[in-house]
Design a protein around this ligand. Structure first.
Ligand code: ATP
Length: 251
């Protein structure tokens, strides 16, 4: 499944149940096709688990995961139309930038001319031209995340899962990465689930917010409604006294 604006797909967790020891989770939520959904909530509320269920790294005890209306619950991660970027360790340490990106085209790294063109374009798009032959250890943290995003671009899957991808970057770099993400998103319209602890990041890039508490979606809706009067109470509590700082100013 390739991505174009025309074929964005919704992601649905349909009465999904999942348990880790004492942590029982129950997800029943839909993320809109082509939108960025910020997945937020306190530590341990189940944000990474929700993404792992969509990616196929975890399997529900009950319920279904649907992507574009197709039931993918029984499919392994590689067969799902999904790319995922983690906070770190997205790259293979012994492969250079070109090969790390090339894995998005061919897991065996048999790369033809068309693959090389796609890789060069993705590296240009992510500001990495000229760094093709560097190893991950020869890059900054921000550059490593750019390589991971370049791989997302060449994979060209309709769903993008971002698990705090910029969480270890400083504020200026994080801001640059969000800008890059917005640019890529304007082009590709991937259905993006973006785990973040930063309300300002959610405000900036997300169309919608899904808010979790103790393994359950307790609020979901348009981002604007989360930063306005009448915002969901659980979300206000989570943000605490800083809420007014983030809240929408009257126009
Ligand atoms: N591999 C695991 N084995 C057992 N329990 C786990 C495992 N991974 C997560 N858990 C538990 O499942 C619950 C949800 O964890 P999860 O990592 O999804 O939360 P999170 O919202 O992403 O947290 P954080 O913001 O701290 O990353 C927590 O209670 C956690 O302790």
């Amino acid at each position: 499944m390739n991505v174009s604006k025309a074929n964005s797909v919704a992601v649905r967790l349909d009465k999904v149940r999942f348990t880790y020891g004492d942590a029982a989770m129950r997800f029943d939520v839909e993320c809109r096709a082509g939108a960025v959904t910020a997945v937020m909530g306190p530590s341990g509320s189940g944000k990474s688990t929700l993404l792992n269920l969509v990616a196929g790294f975890e399997t529900p005890a009950a319920g279904r995961v649907l992507i574009g209306g197709e039931d993918v619950t029984g499919l392994p991660p590689a067969a799902r139309p999904v790319s995922m970027v983690f906070q770190e360790n997205n790259l293979f340490a012994h492969l250079d930038v070109r090969k790390n990106v090339g894995l998005g085209r061919s897991p065996s790294l048999r790369l033809d001319e068309a693959d090389d063109m796609a890789i060069a374009e993705a590296l240009w798009r992510t500001g990495l031209s000229g760094k093709e032959h560097r190893l991950p250890r020869e890059l900054s943290g921000g550059e490593r995340q750019r390589v991971a995003l370049a791989r997302v671009l060449v994979r060209n899957r309709p769903v993008l899962l971002l698990d705090e991808p910029f969480g270890s970057l400083g504020p200026a770099l994080r801001s640059d990465m969000l800008e890059l993400l917005l640019g890529l998103q304007a082009e590709r319209r991937m259905t993006t689930l973006f785990v973040t602890h930063q309300p300002e990041d959610a405000r900036r890039v997300a169309d919608e917010v899904v808010f979790l508490e103790q393994g359950v979606v307790v609020a979901a809706g348009a981002t604007d409604s989360f930063f306005a009067d009448g915002a969901p109470e659980a979300f206000r509590r989570y943000i605490g006294s800083d809420f007014t700082k983030f809240a929408r100013k009257p126009t």
